[in-house]
Design a protein around this ligand. Structure first.
Ligand SMILES: [Zn+2]
Length: 467
């Protein structure tokens, strides 16, 4: 064959492969289940290795079985071929902090109710994550295990193929403490968190999580300006000590300098939030250097919503009614915005320079204006606006969060890893906003039917809690 006829043949096969039914991307010219050779795309691998400009990889049985430069990766016998020339492929994102199950997209002010917390609503939220290219998530310690654990088992058995894979985190709180004033309306009636007063109760809570196979726990430090009960020092010391004895990682909500220092001295593994009300002092910087915690910024919860700026990427999954409510009630200019931004900029740069290990988290699930999936791209964009090079921002959203939560099979493109990957129309190494040029999402080698998901959300006006 001449080069020209090869090109035609590849195009015809590629078209046949693209035109698939939901969840059956490997159906194509050579039949379902055949290996697929994806070739021609720039490959961003998710870790420190340089991108491959014109790459190729093979997916078989949901895993990557070969990867390299185009022309150096052989197509296995019977393989389908997909031409991705001009595209960029990167690993699906990994988000280690969002609150699944409560949100219902009804009011801009956010609505969290225990009766929303069903397998159907979890599925909806995890489909929203997947739609935007997030392949794996960690619940941020607010989910009710009596619902999330059976969901997780069903998901592992293949019941929810269009969802981001869910990992679980428990929450240990003082009585009537923990999640914010919106979320707590959902969590408390479900007894989603362990409420403890004494150190022994904290240790017992950890033992219970350990028995249930949960590998992460969240604690909330401080009293939020006197509005919340604070967990006593000796109680969280006991919680952390017990957690580390049984291999559970501790994530700490800590929003001011004192709480972040207390958290690090008590040896938490991961800091949630960025100090915004004061500069970091030398002692905190020293602690960051010494402990090198994982650190998720969750900036976007306090940022001006992209909906306010009519951003179509963010608005595409929201109904007209919720968009109207956000625009009407939630877009007033904040008098402190410039000051907050400057403090964030300084503190974030100091955290990174001191060795804090940035990992993607969003805190989505509280308000619809900052919601599952689109929030992940907002955080990525903010990292770069605040000085992180795009390649490092991508690592912070792929391999490093996978490492932080102990997922060994996702976050990078390499042989043996799950085929969770994104096909982008433009290169995010040139502009991080290009993660939004998402044209296809593959989870475990199967192409997500994003159009079907979109039509399920857009006209509905809301997500009714499904049984
Ligand atoms: Zn949170």
């Amino acid at each position: 064959m001449t080069a020209w006829t090869v090109r035609i043949a590849v195009t015809v096969i590629a078209l046949a492969t693209v035109d698939v039914t939901p969840g059956s991307s490997q159906q194509g010219a050579r039949g379902p289940g055949a290996p697929v050779l994806y070739e021609g795309a720039r490959l961003i691998l998710g870790d420190d290795r340089p991108a491959i400009d014109s790459g190729a990889f093979v997916v078989s049985d949901g895993r990557i079985t070969a990867i390299g430069r185009r022309g150096e990766v052989a197509a296995p016998a019977g393989a389908n071929r997909v031409d991705l020339t001009g595209k960029t492929v990167m690993p699906a994102l990994v988000n280690i902090h969002a609150h699944f199950g409560y949100e219902q997209y009804l009011t801009a002010a956010g609505e969290s109710r225990s009766e929303n917390f069903t397998a159907g609503n979890l599925r909806d939220h995890l489909e929203r994550q997947a739609f935007f290219g997030v392949g794996s998530v960690l619940d941020a310690g607010s989910g009710a295990l009596q619902v999330t654990q059976p969901f997780q088992a069903d998901q592992a058995a293949g019941e929810y193929p269009s969802t981001a894979r869910l990992s679980l985190m428990g929450g240990v709180v003082p009585v009537n403490g923990g999640p914010d004033h919106i979320l707590i309306k959902g969590t408390r009636p479900l007894k989603a968190n362990y409420e403890v007063t004494l150190s022994g109760e904290g240790r017992a809570a950890i033992q219970d999580l350990h028995k249930k196979g949960v590998k992460h726990v969240k604690i909330w430090l401080g009293d939020r300006g006197g509005t919340y009960p604070a967990m006593p020092h000796e109680v969280y010391d006991a919680v952390i000590d017990e957690a580390h004895k049984v291999g559970i990682k501790v994530h700490a909500h800590a929003t001011n300098v004192r709480d972040q220092k207390d958290a690090l001295k008590a040896r938490v593994d991961l800091l949630v939030h960025t100090v915004q009300n004061a500069p970091l002092d030398d002692e905190l910087v020293h602690l960051i250097r010494e402990k090198r915690p994982y650190y998720t910024t969750v900036f976007g919860l306090g940022d001006r919503s992209e909906v306010c700026d009519q951003n179509p990427f963010t608005m595409q999954v929201l109904s007209a009614s919720i968009i109207a409510d956000i625009l009407a009630t939630d877009c007033k200019p904040s008098p402190n915005a410039a000051k907050r931004e400057e403090q964030l900029r300084q503190n974030f740069a100091k955290m990174i320079a001191s060795g804090a290990r940035l990992v993607l988290g969003t805190d989505a699930g509280v308000w619809p204006r900052y919601s599952f999936g689109s929030a992940d791209h907002h955080e990525l964009q903010r990292y770069v606006e605040l000085g992180v090079p795009p390649a490092q921002a991508i690592i912070a959203a792929t391999s490093r969060p996978a490492e932080a939560i102990g997922l060994t099979d996702v976050g990078i493109l390499a042989v043996g890893k799950r085929a969770d990957f994104l096909v982008l129309d433009a290169n995010p190494l040139e502009s991080i906003k290009n993660t939004r040029t998402l044209s296809r999402v593959y989870l475990g080698g199967a192409q997500l039917n994003r159009d079907a998901l979109l039509t399920q959300w857009k006209p509905a006006g809301k997500t009714a809690a499904r049984p």
